[in-house]
Design a protein around this ligand. Structure first.
Ligand SMILES: N[C@@H](CCC(=O)N[C@@H](CS)C(=O)NCC(=O)O)C(=O)O
Length: 218
């Protein structure tokens, strides 16, 4: 692809930034990560960021080539771009399409419940004096558990997740599940879902996951 490292704009604690980091690790693509680009801090949701991503989301992949500069938004699209030899995606066209749909389900619906509605209340609490609103957590918990149950069901079926081959779908899901597994007892929903717990344990044997999925703070 390129000898100059790609840059992943965004903080390394973000689940989606971690997804791109995992893909870079798996593919041995050199990368840097953070809000600093070429020595300058690029303000989150500032003019430059909004030029790269109209909704000011992260990550944005930045790549400099001799003749062109690329700023690419949207995690799954970034991952597909980096996966030039398609090693992280099924080759059969139907399986390829199903994997693509799975990536959308994970990055839209699963992320919405597990990260936006559940995990973020622990990491960026919105209660008084920045305290965790346990009433909010308790209200969302059944929905979050139902979402993990959907993943458990997927693991019983023939999906890209259940294969032994690491895919972009795994890279999308692993950071979310890892953060859930780091929650205190009673909130770590994985304990009720043995297949999901085993799936994460298997992923955590990979050097990429051991390197990227480290801190507990989202
Ligand atoms: N559809 C986007 C979603 C990315 C996203 O939601 N990123 C979060 C951080 S993990 C973010 O930018 N949050 C800030 C915001 O929504 O304003 C993608 O798949 O890349």
């Amino acid at each position: 692809m390129t000898t100059t490292p790609v840059h992943i704009y965004g903080p390394s604690f973000s689940n989606f930034v971690r997804t791109v980091m995992l893909v870079c690790e798996e593919k041995q693509i050199a990368y840097t990560v953070g809000f600093e680009v070429n020595g300058s801090e690029i303000t989150f949701k500032g003019e430059q960021h909004l030029n790269w991503h109209p909704f000011g989301k992260i990550p944005v992949l930045l790549e400099s080539k001799t003749h062109a500069e690329l700023a690419l938004a949207e995690t799954a699209s970034i991952c597909r771009y980096l996966d030039t030899d398609k090693q992280l995606q099924p080759s059969n066209s139907q399986d390829y399409a199903k994997h693509d749909a799975l990536c959308a389900l994970i990055s839209i619906d699963i992320d919405k419940v597990l990260v936006r509605e559940y995990l973020l209340e622990f990491s960026f609490p919105k209660g008084e004096n920045n305290s965790i609103r346990f009433d909010v957590v308790k209200e969302v918990q059944p929905k979050a558990a139902a979402t993990i149950a959907i993943i458990e069901k997927m693991l019983n079926e023939d999906t890209a997740l259940s294969s032994q081959h690491f895919t972009i779908a795994d890279a999308l899901l692993a950071p979310m599940l890892h953060y859930i597994s780091c929650l205190p007892a009673g909130f770590n929903l994985l304990t009720d879902f043995p297949k999901v717990a085993q799936y994460l344990a298997d992923l955590m044997t990979r050097p990429s996951c051991q390197k990227v999925l480290i801190t507990k703070k989202l």
